[in-house]
Design a binder for this molecule. Structure first.
Ligand code: CP
Ligand code: NVA
Length: 329
């Protein structure tokens, strides 16, 4: 298990804090390895020294359009911007999808006149990329059907706190090859961590994301492995991660999916096949005693509430970087 301090990889020609200013985060793979390392390093610093950043985004305005429910993402974005001196405006889009009343392009052309950053939680990933295409201010993906990049950044921040440098780390995801799985695979690859994904047949992550993660892993020196056997997936794992087997928008499939995912439940028996020091991770909300048992979720190996806390610190770092206030992180 690696235990060295976190280092910024000098892979970028431009300093990450400068190269990220004004950019969007639609996918976690919008970041180079160097930019991701720099964002994580700033997240650790912001967590250690919050007072240093108290007014770093003074008076900056952030709008949040959410088509889906949220506890953690909404509150951590709001607390993040508030404690950096800025403010959030939340727009509940759960009753009317973005683009229905007026086009995404027209929303972008209005909103960019009033705010400095746009945060979106959507069904269609294209809604986020379209907003990014038309808005002149940074757009952040706060979860789409394809990815959940802010979650994955906070999760790997949590792993760095526990394990230091993650090069060669054995990260395992078990369950549905969904949005969270996609962002975790890409993040692991960017950081040089090995990623094993164990899913039922027909529930594997999307082939183009797997190919993208493998292309990144080729550069950073890690491996992305897909398996169907949950026990093989967790063998020698340093971290075991799972998520719900029916994501938001798939509720109608819950009855069909439950038996298919039963063998993938993370319970004490499955944890017993991992490294003895392995941590258990979940983005939350969890369906208790479905994809994970209470004993594991509430047990000594669980870091789920550290992950939830780190959403706020990681998003502070991201906002600082994208709004050009990242300093020399
Ligand atoms: N993990 C996560 O994104 O939680 P919310 O859906 O509550 O925001
Ligand atoms: N995969 C889940 C994550 C929730 C944070 C969903 O999309 O509903």
């Amino acid at each position: 298990m690696p235990g060295k301090p976190v280092l910024v990889q000098e892979l970028d020609s431009v300093h990450p804090s400068e190269s990220l200013a004004g950019r969007d985060l639609c996918s976690v793979a919008d970041l180079t390895p160097g930019e991701l390392h720099a964002t994580l390093q700033l997240a650790h610093q912001v967590k250690r020294e919050p007072a240093e950043f108290r007014w770093a985004l003074d008076a900056k305005q952030m709008v949040m359009f959410f088509e889906k429910a949220s506890l953690r993402t909404r509150l951590t974005f709001e607390t993040a911007i508030n404690t950096l001196g800025g403010a959030a405006v939340f727009v509940d889009q759960t009753q009317s999808p973005l683009g229905e009343r007026e086009s995404i392009a027209d929303i972008a052309r209005n909103v960019e006149r009033w705010v400095q950053v746009i945060v979106l939680r959507t069904y269609a990933h294209d809604t986020i990329t379209e907003m990014a295409q038309y808005a002149s201010v940074p757009v952040i993906n706060a979860l789409s059907d394809l990815e959940h990049p802010c979650q994955a950044i906070a999760d790997f921040m949590t792993l760095q706190e526990r394990f230091g440098n993650l090069r060669g780390f054995n990260f395992t995801y078990v369950g549905d090859g969904n949005n969270v799985c996609h962002s975790l695979m890409l993040t692991a690859a960017l950081l040089g961590a090995h990623c094993t994904v164990g899913t039922p047949r027909n529930y594997a992550p999307k082939a183009d994301i797997v190919a993208q993660a493998r292309a990144i892993a080729n550069v950073t020196g890690s491996h992305v492995t897909l398996v169907n056997d949950p026990i093989a997936a967790v063998k020698d794992a340093d971290a075991i991660y799972t998520d719900v087997c029916t994501s938001m928008g798939q509720e109608h499939e819950a009855t069909k999916r439950a038996p298919i995912f039963k063998p993938y439940q993370v319970n004490e028996a499955l944890m017993g096949h991992a490294s003895p020091n392995a941590v258990f991770m979940h983005c939350l909300p969890a369906h208790r005693n479905a994809e994970v048992t209470d004993a594991v979720l509430d047990g000594p190996q669980s870091v789920v509430f550290d992950q939830a806390e780190n959403r706020m610190h990681a998003q502070k770092a991201l906002l600082l970087m994208l709004l050009g206030a990242g300093g020399k992180a």
